[in-house]
Ligand binder design. Sequence first.
Ligand code: NA7
Length: 556
Amino acid sequence: MSAVQSVSGKSPSATPETHDVVVVGAGFAGMYMLHRLRGLKMTARVFEQGDGVGGTWYWNRYPGARCDVESMQYSYSFSDELQQEWDWSERYAPQAEILKYANHVADRFDLRPDIQFNTRVDRCVFDEDTNRWSVTTSDGATVVAAFVVLATGCLSNARMPDIEGISGFKGKVYHTGNWPHEPVDFTGLRVGMIGTGSSAIQSVPVIAEQAKHLTVFQRTANFSIPARNAPLTAEEREIFRKNYPEVRRFAREEARNGIYTELPDRGALDDGDNDRRAKYEARWRHGGLTFMSVYNNLALDKTANDTAADFVREKIAEIVKDPDTVKLLQPNSHPIGTKRICIDTDYFVTFNRPNVTLVDIKSNPIEEVLPHAVRAGGKDVEIDALVLATGFDAMTGSVAKIDIRGRNGQTLNQKWAEGPKTYLGLMSAGFPNLFIVTGPGSPSVLSNMIVSIEQHVDWIADCAAYMRAHGFEAMEATKEAEDDWVAHVNEVAHTTLYPQANSWYMGANIPGKPRIFMPYIGGVGPYRQICNDVAAKGYEGFAMTGAEEARKVAAS
Ligand code: NA7
């Protein structure tokens, strides 16, 4: 790749626009990728399907949407000025504020000129003769680039459930992952909500306040911990700001999930009942995702895990008044934490409201949606509006929507038919110069996403700079390195309780999707070290070819 050869959109109309890099998506990954590439003086074009930046925070505008990682940590660390000057208003930022932050970043770093909005990438085809990707977009244009970076997000492909009759429903149908931009008013309406994952758990209390009646259709009960959200004080912000160097270092290098928090030094069974209960109580009072970090073996040992799960089940029984509803809300199908644990504001207590009903669709599955009702277990529940909080085709869904063709015309979908195969979650063998940010096989969704995004983007940018400096034109994961990595990801996952849950981590929410544990569970610190070591050894496990070699291949 050579930045010097790039024409950066100034090419004659007969030849396609050429860039060093095409970036797909202008969420947090795509924006930072663009910023890094600019720093390397490489030309880049970012294509974004939405009409604004922000990715998941652009699409997920449902009532109550907010981040489950604390704001002071769910933010970029690459610019000290940025992290010193931005004022987060609450412990957990609401969607609108995160979107405002994304827009602020786009303006502050003047990113917009290189982002083409309202444009979907439909097709990427690798030309083995030239080592270039041809990228075709929804406006019919084709651009050529040495590199393609898929910054398409892990949870950006909203999943419509296969329930008969939805298209014939006479009221409005909403999906939490693709919420309208204008305000939605449920006042006076009977609302049905399908799903009880994180999106539902955040939106149920807010919609219940507004709707005449809310019926929640639950297939699987979920564990949820109170967020204890509150305004952030100037002092609290200052503590983080002063300590950012250490907070960020710890999150990157030591915390398994990229979140600065106290690390547990003992297992749940090392404490007696009273001490254990006191610790769970303290974390419950404190609120948030760090509930699972009370002990170091909750994800590993079922007996240990049961102590935490029992505690949360007891809490649900304390909060919810109706005993039948308590039983339904108490999760029993999976160890706590093996589906992403939810954090909520008043979720369980909402079921004490007279205008909220819980319907168990595990034992009485939804048969169909009628024009004015949902039929489950032979009973019709009349509704005026339907909210689908049914999640995403996670981790691979957005990549799979693009027709990506690598060596020998093989498509990425063909290659991943039995489950995603990558080396380090960054590249897939047979698809040279195609990088994935927080792809399957990397910690991604098991971590503070911004920590993982920054690590991947930095690695990719450094790698591109290395290739330029050494005259390499093409780089790809070797099949051997990829097979070893896939085996390692699997092996590590199976030392934990995670594969016991039918979760979207396993692809289990999508009928027909292969059941593979997709994220890397080894922790962001060890993972970062592995990536750094690979780079330090001249990108071990990746094959790089230079200009001369490419010319020989083309001539033969
Ligand atoms: P999730 O966590 O995938 O939750 C989706 C919910 O929808 C879950 O309760 C599913 O039940 C339910 N679901 C999905 N399909 C159906 C059908 N066909 N019928 C009934 N119920 C269904 O998505 P979220 O948007 O809530 O959260 C995703 C992530 O975003 C979250 O982890 C955070 O990281 C942010 P199931 O459990 O499959 O039985």
